[in-house]
Design a protein around this ligand. Structure first.
Ligand code: F6P
Length: 745
């Protein structure tokens, strides 16, 4: 309709102007031209006839004169011919000379002319003086029929109108077509712009190149505004469970939130004659559990406990935490063979050493890969059974479920899938060792957002995708366009609950100190260092022991006055490398204890029992220092837990430079775990650090945790998801207005 008003109405106006202004003007002009032509023609005829007429008149034969005029009259345009004698009387005529043609007085010999409007049509009358030897003989009267002019001008008028009409129609059609194409281009460009800011649908490469600069500018503008808003939102919010709940209520109200991970937060285990509920030693669980408490969703996980099946309902669900249920676990059961191939095999003998630079060779077996695919499918099936809406928010966790995002995307195209990779992502060469690199990347890129701990891991991932897939990477917006879908890559450094729930019930530091020191039989003047890790070769446990040994060599005054307790929760012990590691660290500890121990004194104590969270907290609070020595770690939450536990603002953190957390906690003593002398000196420095310096450092570290706690980690991801969903809904509404119904969400 708008197009019609814009182009067809002006066309009619133009036709009116042509018909009522231009055409009459042209008619007038043409009439003047024709009169001038007839003047000339008459002049020409009269000068041609001059001599002959003179001769004929001279003969004074009436018959000859009449036949002369009759011949002249034969000219098809000639209406009549006459002759006025020198007395001004009409002497001869041929044709119907109009009665109102009167002979004028004999003039100078110049042709005089006039136009008469007769009933038969306009006539052009011209008088020409005929001179004889004895003076003026009379005047020749030539009357031309002007009706042909009218006919011609009518025909011309018609032609002009037709031509103009045709030209106008063509111009209007071309203009309309161009306008429509431009409009379409703008609309699709604008849509692509929206999509490229977080939608799964890309701006197809090469589409509308003329719009690219504008699209780029607009994208940058939107990105800046979003970054501003995000920073504002981030920094203005005090991140607490309540803030997270409010965010969920405000930004994702009514939206379903599902977390999926291999490890479950509560494990029911049979112990002799009773059942124990264990919380696993897992950074992932530490981070996600408080979030699930806050948002009451469903957590889908592998039911790995020996008594897990006894505690689920008919749909394999169990409400947790057991004492105050706030959300539910949906347990997924795996066969022995599946667990072996998927968890121990492909995930932990393949991907785990592949992603960590710890010099352990990854092992990839086709049979493990088959189980990995099968188990990812099992998880997908369980999630599809749990979802109630077609657009849930699904938080996929870690390297064990890399194929899941694609599987979910195929079944739930409207879902917002956020995948968080908790371990490092190595460089493209290293990742390319995996025989199924493309499949893993394809699986992950089914996500709406992929999160890592650090920008370096973002870069490595994007580089790997670029190297192995046909995809387009936009490093300005950190998005990957692949297979018609867009995936955002971002870093969200994970954190812990701060201030923590457990800390509120924690024993006073003095009580914790006496319990722990008593447990390990420490002398009064013996200082305590602790380490808390899974028994994993990435954690640098043997290197910690060697550093303690070096400390005692370099600073023998600490012999008998310093003990290092390593809590090492057994992990993945069905894998040979883990069993070897257990043996290695045990023998290293024994060797050092033999070398520097005496009586009850042991410089190194290795505890390989499962330790519940309260007990771990006691260790942190009892220690003079905490030693985190990972050879490579995505984040490392032990470092943050130790800082969080020290509300007395005492204690020193030694932290490996190869952890993600070393970027956020610079007031720790940052060490290189491969440099034993440096680690030994750092231990010495920690043990001799003044309480004031400890306080200053600890205060600053706690400030970081206060600002960047786990609620903020989750909040940032969920806010990004909420924004994405808002934009997606907006585009759906735009599509519903009929702009272009081909747009899919
Ligand atoms: O760090 C990666 C990770 O998956 C963590 O989330 C967790 O701390 C650890 O590995 C747990 O390992 P698992 O579940 O194999 O015991």
């Amino acid at each position: 309709m708008r197009l019609f008003l814009r182009f067809v109405v002006p066309l009619f106006i133009a036709i009116g102007i042509i018909a009522y202004v231009v055409v009459p003007l042209m008619e007038n002009l043409m009439a003047q031209w024709f009169v001038r032509d007839l003047d000339l023609r008459s002049k020409l005829i009269s000068s041609t006839l001059d001599d002959s007429l003179f001769d004929v008149l001279d003969e004074r034969s009436k018959t000859k004169i009449q036949s002369f005029f009759d011949r002249v009259k034969q000219d098809e345009r000639m209406y009549a011919v006459g002759f006025c004698d020198k007395k001004g009387l009409l002497a001869y005529k041929s044709g119907e000379l109009p009665t109102d043609v009167t002979c004028p007085a004999t003039g100078s010999g110049e042709l005089a002319s006039q136009v008469l409007q007769e009933p038969s049509g306009p006539l052009h009358v011209a008088f020409h003086v005929i001179q004889g030897s004895g003076g003026t003989l009379g005047q020749l009267v030539l009357v031309h029929d002007m009706s042909f002019i009218q006919r011609r001008s009518a025909a011309t008028k018609q032609y002009i109108l037709y031509v103009f009409l045709a030209v106008s129609v063509i111009v209007a059609a071309v203009t309309t077509l161009m306008a429509w194409l431009t409009w379409r281009g703008w609309i699709s460009g604008a849509r692509a712009l929206f999509r490229s800011n977080g939608f799964r649908h890309p701006l197809a490469p090469g589409t509308h190149p003329e719009l690219q600069p504008i699209v780029r500018d607009l994208r940058e503008l939107i990105r800046d505004l979003e970054t501003d808003r995000r920073l504002r939102d981030d920094s203005q919010t005090t991140w607490t469970p309540r803030a997270l709940k409010e965010l969920l209520h405000k930004e994702l109200s009514g939206d379903e939130v599902i977390v999926v991970s291999n490890r479950e937060p509560y494990i029911h285990v049979k112990r002799d004659d009773h059942i124990e509920v264990q919380t696993p030693a897992s950074g992932l669980v530490t981070a996600l559990e408080p979030i699930m408490r806050a948002c009451s969703g469903t957590w889908v996980a592998h039911g790995s406990g020996s008594a897990d099946r006894d505690f689920v309902d008919a749909h394999d669900r169990v409400a947790v935490p057991p004492d105050h249920p706030a959300y539910r676990i949906r347990r997924v059961w795996l066969t022995e063979q599946e667990e072996s191939g998927y968890y121990y095999g492909f995930s932990n003998e393949g991907l785990w050493p592949l992603c960590h630079i710890a010099h352990v060779r990854p092992v990839f077996r086709t049979s493990d890969w088959e189980q990995y695919k099968r188990v990812n499918e099992k998880f997908a099936k369980a999630i599809l059974e749990e979802v109630k809406t077609d657009d849930p928010v699904i938080l996929v966790q870690d390297y064990l479920l890399a194929l899941l995002p694609r599987m979910l995307r195929e079944k739930l195209p409207n879902a917002t899938i956020i995948t968080f990779w908790h371990i490092p992502w190595p460089n493209p060469e290293a990742f390319g060792i995996c025989p199924w690199t493309e499949e893993i990347l394809d699986g992950l890129l089914g996500s709406s957002i992929i999160g890592f701990h650090t920008r370096q891991h973002d870069m490595n991932f994007v580089g790997t995708a670029e190297r192995f897939l046909e995809c387009r990477v936009d490093r300005a917006s950190w998005t990957i366009s692949y297979g018609g879908e867009l995936c955002a890559v971002n870093h969200y450094p994970i954190s812990i609950e701060f201030p923590g729930r457990l800390l509120r019930q924690a024993k006073p530091v003095q009580d914790a100190r006496s319990i722990i020191r008593k447990r390990y039989g420490l002398a009064k003047d013996c200082l305590l260092g602790v380490g808390v890790d899974r028994l994993d070769y990435t954690k640098g446990i043997a290197e910690k022991f060697l550093s303690v040994e070096r400390l005692l060599e370099l600073h023998p005054e600490w012999i008998g006055r310093f003990t290092f307790v390593q809590v090492a929760a057994p992990s993945r012990s069905r894998i040979e490398r883990y069993r070897e590691l257990g043996a290695e660290v045990r023998s290293t500890a024994d060797r050092i204890n033999q070398r520097f121990g005496s009586g009850v004194y042991k410089p190194v104590i290795l505890s390989t029992h499962h330790c519940e969270a309260e007990d771990v907290l006691d260790h942190y609070r009892a220690a003079e220092l905490c030693f985190v020595n990972s050879l490579h770690d995505g984040m490392n939450l032990v470092s943050k837990e130790f800082v969080a536990s020290r509300d007395d603002e005492q204690g020193v953190l030694l932290l490996s430079k190869f952890t993600g957390s070393s970027r956020e906690l610079p007031e720790a003593l940052i060490v290189n775990p491969y440099h034993l002398d440096q680690c030994a000196e750092a231990l010495h420095l920690a043990l001799t650090m003044s309480p004031e310096e400890q306080r200053d450092r600890m205060r600053s570290l706690r400030g970081v945790l206060h600002e960047f706690n786990v609620y903020r980690w989750a909040g940032r991801m969920l806010m990004d998801a909420a924004r994405m969903r808002q934009r997606s809904r907006f585009l759906s509404r735009v599509a519903a207005t009929g702009w272009d119904t081909t747009i899919s969400q």
